[in-house]
Design a protein around this ligand. Structure first.
Ligand code: HEC
Ligand code: HEC
Length: 205
């Protein structure tokens, strides 16, 4: 009995030591982001710079696997990107990808669709809720990671086609199908959400 108790104590102590060692060896996502100065380009929680996407909702538009692949070698996914390849260990990549994929905010698309009559206003509300301006710009607000959308509906699109509601619906449903390899994320919007966003984008002339 006494022997069993001692063994249990020893095992508990070993466990606690191992846990302690584990957390000391694994840097937190915050420490890694500070070390590599991610916010010298990105914005998160209102801090940082405007040269790269706002990361507050990155988990809504990118999967853990995508983020891990991106961080491992950004130029491999987007040749010519400003984002450098950082010396990150596999463990660093896991920690960062887990943290960034957790940066999600619930968007109640059904409620937004139900709460407004005017499709243009509904589309604008969805555009804001999904933080399209994390990468795009309209007028003087937003970023230059994606194209400026100010005159979108009266010019040629990124595929060279003239803008049309039909083009836009296909683009928002599956950008990769329209332009393979594009950096524009797939948001998984419902068909009703897409129609509303397109009504709003059609006003950008
Ligand atoms: C020198 C500027 C710069 C630094 C530093 C930088 N990034 Fe980026 N990052 C970018 C740019 C620019 C993009 C968008 C891709 C493009 O347009 O080339 C991007 C894209 C991303 C994306 C994808 C965002 C999305 O919405 O799809 C993630 C995630 C990301 N960076 C994380 C990080 C992390 C984590 C660090 C630090 C380890 C970091 N970045 C450091 C410039 C930077
Ligand atoms: C992570 C950054 C990012 C986010 C967030 C983003 N986009 Fe984009 N978007 C891009 C990039 C980059 C392109 C250009 C793609 C290309 O040329 O391959 C693009 C292209 C577009 C285009 C075509 C523009 C043109 O000039 O033809 C439209 C329209 C568009 N996005 C709408 C949206 C909407 C609506 C949202 C929100 C639901 C959104 N984007 C969110 C990066 C982003």
């Amino acid at each position: 009995m006494k022997q069993a108790f001692r063994t249990l104590l020893l095992m508990t102590a070993a466990c606690l030591l191992a846990m302690g060692a584990g957390s000391a060896a694994a840097p937190s996502a915050q420490a890694l982001m500070q070390k590599h100065a991610c916010l010298s380009c990105h914005t998160l929680h209102g801090q940082g710079q405007a040269a790269a996407p706002v990361l507050d909702m990155v988990g809504n538009r990118r999967s853990h696997a995508w983020i891990r692949r991106w961080l491992a070698d950004p130029p491999a996914l987007k040749p010519g990107t400003l984002m450098p390849k950082f010396p990150l260990t596999p463990q660093d990549l896991d920690v960062l990808a887990t943290y960034l994929a957790s940066l999600r905010q619930p968007v109640d698309g059904a409620r937004i669709l139900a709460s407004r009559r005017d499709p243009v206003q509904t589309g604008r509300a969805l555009f804001d809720a999904y933080q399209c301006l994390a990468c795009h710009r309209i007028g003087r607000v937003g970023r230059f990671v994606g194209p400026d959308l100010e005159h979108l509906a009266s010019r040629r699109t990124v595929t060279g086609a003239r803008w049309s509601a039909a083009w836009e619906e296909r683009w928002l449903a599956d950008p990769q199908a329209v332009k393979p390899g594009t950096f524009m994320p797939t948001f998984g919007l419902s068909p009703a959400e897409i129609r509303a966003v397109v009504s709003y984008l059609a006003t950008l002339k």
